[in-house]
Design a protein around this ligand. Structure first.
Ligand code: UD1
Length: 429
């Protein structure tokens, strides 16, 4: 298994190209199931999760062509995927595929909407607390699907098609909003989704569904109205930039010091995180190219923050921010409100010398003068990158084991950081 070696103490200087958002690319790829015509997606990041989903969609009969760079393209441009679900040959998503990636459960909405049936294994995915699918199933029931659970599989049936309805989520869920949006786009009549997730990736998927022929109002707000279409057509759509990758590198610069432009990043996608970084002492500017993050040798101020659905501080940046706060001058507090048990990075950060106290959903971080490199273990996607960030500001060598988690969600992480002067390399095997 690959490892990543980081030698701490070097500032970051230069430019990092931000990739397309994983959390938009995955549901966009799944949306291809809704149409007999080809969906072309540009700016798709090269990630293990994207490759895995290609495999899963291929199993349903989706024909996928991948093309890379064109002459004149920026060397870091994402890939273009052409997905054609003309012939869906199988409406079952088996356990051995779905268990590897939670988001693949989301095929259930498009499959039942278009084919009238779907049999999808209950998901696995990151080990960050219980992540049920009840909201997804309630949404599909509201649209008229019959749902049964048998031997670890969800069976959804709607032989006469789905019908528009009112769906009110008891709690904000990104995935369940995707399911409701995609299914409603092929349902008969109007669907009203209340307490919808406002995440930019939801709005991006809605924009693509509109190009495919659905009429959607209010995407990106808590109340979304969808007029379903009888058939959806093909379309071409570019994936929006990854705000979590952007925030991660912004935190890395705040940690290591330096001056980096995050090229292609859009500040409005992560304003709350940028505000927190400013409070902590980073300088944030917006340029033609993207976002510029600077920090000179001065110390970091402690912060208090709660994770929240968009536009709040994202849970997907919680581990990275905690790594940063280990070096603040004073005591910080981070409350995780979205996922229980999303603190697996704490004991690994402690191996580097961090002082963190956990009490339920609250982490209290007492800043320390120095961190010291050590071998650490990646446990999930965002936790692993927090260890790399901590390594950038630790004395000596930090070896991060089990980096396959990182490859699920960060494209060429070590190359992007090394280009800016970090001493970081992948050690194969
Ligand atoms: C998505 C993101 C993930 C991010 C999370 C929260 C993708 C591929 N993943 O995950 O990176 O951390 O949003 O921003 O986009 N819940 C239920 N029942 C359900 C569904 C969710 O109780 O049926 C709960 C979850 O346990 C959690 C909360 O709702 O406590 C939010 O989860 P949700 O927004 O659904 O997360 P995902 O869509 O899985």
């Amino acid at each position: 298994m690959d490892r990543i070696r980081v030698l701490g103490g070097r500032p970051l200087r230069g430019s990092i190209a931000i990739s397309g958002a994983k959390n938009a690319a995955l549901p966009l790829m799944i949306a291809s199931l809704l149409s007999e015509e080809t969906l072309v997606l540009d700016n798709v990041p090269r990630l293990a999760d994207v490759a895995q989903l290609q495999h899963i969609l291929g199993n349903h009969g989706v024909d996928i062509m991948v093309s890379g760079k064109r002459v004149g393209d920026n060397e870091n441009a994402g890939q273009t995927l052409q997905l054609s679900a003309k012939n869906i040959v199988d409406t079952t998503a088996p356990y051995h595929l779905v268990s590897k990636m939670r988001a693949s459960f989301w095929v259930i909405g498009p499959l039942v909407a278009r084919m009238g049936e779907a049999k999808v294994s209950m998901p696995g995915g990151c080990a960050i607390g219980t992540r049920p699918v009840d909201f997804h199933l309630d949404a599909l029931r509201a649209l008229g699907a019959e749902i049964d659970i048998e031997q670890g599989y969800v069976l959804a049936r709607a032989p006469r098609g789905l019908k528009g309805a009112r769906i009110t989520f008891p709690k904000v869920s990104v995935g369940a909003t995707h399911t409701a949006l995609m299914a409603a786009s092929l349902a008969y009549g109007e669907t009203l989704i209340e307490n919808a997730a406002c995440e930019p990736e939801v709005a991006d998927v809605a924009a693509c569904l509109e190009k495919m022929g659905a009429q959607i109002e209010g995407a990106g707000t808590a109340t979304v109205r969808v007029q379903g279409a009888k058939k959806l057509r093909g379309a071409r759509h570019a994936v929006l930039p990854d705000r979590i990758e952007t925030g991660t590198y912004a935190i890395a610069v705040a940690m290591a010091g330096g001056d980096v432009v995050l090229a292609g990043a859009r500040p409005e996608l992560l304003q709350s995180a940028l505000d927190i970084l400013k409070q902590a002492g980073a300088e944030i500017g917006v340029t033609n190219e993207g976002i510029r993050v600077k920090r000179d040798g001065t110390g970091l101020a402690p912060i208090e923050v709660e994770t929240a659905p968009f536009p709040g501080f994202p849970t997907d940046l919680q581990a990275q921010l905690m790594a940063l706060m280990t070096r603040a001058r004073g005591t910080s507090k981070i409350v995780e409100t979205i996922f229980e048990n999303r603190f697996m990075h704490v004991q690994e950060l402690a191996r580097l010398g961090a002082r963190i106290h956990l009490n339920g959903d609250t982490a209290t971080i007492e800043g320390v003068e120095r961190l010291k490199g050590a071998p650490v273990m990646a446990t999930d996607l965002r936790a692993s990158v927090s260890l790399v960030i901590a390594g950038l500001a630790s004395e000596g060598e930090t070896m991060v084991h089990r980096v396959y988690h990182l490859d699920r969600g960060f494209e060429r992480l070590e190359q992007k950081l090394a280009q800016c002067g970090a001493a970081i390399e992948r050690v194969a095997g």
